[in-house]
Design a protein around this ligand. Structure first.
Ligand SMILES: [Zn+2]
Length: 234
């Protein structure tokens, strides 16, 4: 929350967006991919042992690839940002007048008069020219700077936690009822996830829940159909 917020009782949530996005993505992926895998294998071969091996393997493989993917993508994002900031630093050294003009133009485009834009640009340039350009020209802010390791751990952990729901459901279910049990538990878990995501981001509940549950059920249905087809043909 920015210092001196005028409405501390109704804070902005935008600075939560990075970890929230990684966490919801990780959890959603965990539930949908592993429950689809479990349902798909159970449709092909309902033996509990085969289903559990597939579930646990899916959980571990998914968590590792999620964490690795998040680490790589956030690292390349911060590489790009760092390179941009370096370029900006060099431009401020080499062509300070042109950079000043650029800043004035940005503030004018935001609605300030030429005179006010010049004053703002001058004062911000005197205070910290690079910070002003990074924020107002490149649009980068500390609130959005993601930490690759943090993002990787967040999505790997949320993937594992979420994926353990269908695995536990399959493990605790009678062998003859693995598919319906995993389906019901997964739909409930997705509804809770949708609601948590909406709540954490102060977004409307219903569309978030419908979106998460809808896509989850669709993914499970397709995988179950493929698993069933595979089961009857092989
Ligand atoms: Zn610039």
């Amino acid at each position: 929350m920015t210092a001196g917020s005028t409405h501390p009782d109704d804070p902005h949530y935008v600075n939560r967006s990075n970890w929230l996005r990684a966490a919801v993505l990780g959890a959603n992926d965990g539930i949908v991919s592993v429950s689809s895998l479990v349902v798909g294998v159970a449709a092909a071969d309902p033996a509990p042992r085969a289903v559990m091996i597939a579930g646990v393997a899916g959980l571990v493989a998914g968590a590792m690839s999620m964490a690795a993917g998040e680490y790589v993508s956030v690292s390349s994002q911060s590489d790009i940002e760092r390179a941009d900031i370096k370029r900006e630093e060099a431009a401020l050294e080499e062509t300070p007048e042109a950079e000043f003009e650029e800043l004035v133009a940005i503030y004018e485009a935001r609605g300030l008069s030429r005179a006010t834009a010049e004053t703002v640009a001058r004062e911000l340039t005197e205070k910290d020219a690079l910070a002003a350009h990074v924020r107002d020209e490149l649009g980068l802010s500390e609130a959005h700077q993601a930490n690759p390791l943090q993002a990787a751990l967040a999505s790997g952990a949320t993937f594992s936690l979420a994926a353990s729901v269908p695995v536990l459901a399959a493990w605790l279910s009678p062998a003859s009822a693995i598919i319906p049990t995993v389906l019901v538990v997964t739909v409930l878990a997705l509804a809770v996830l949708g609601a948590l995501g909406a709540k954490a981001g102060a977004a409307p509940l219903r569309p978030a829940v419908v979106r998460v549950v809808g896509w989850g059920v669709f993914a499970m249905a397709v995988t179950a159909a493929v698993g069933w087809l595979f089961g009857v043909t092989v």
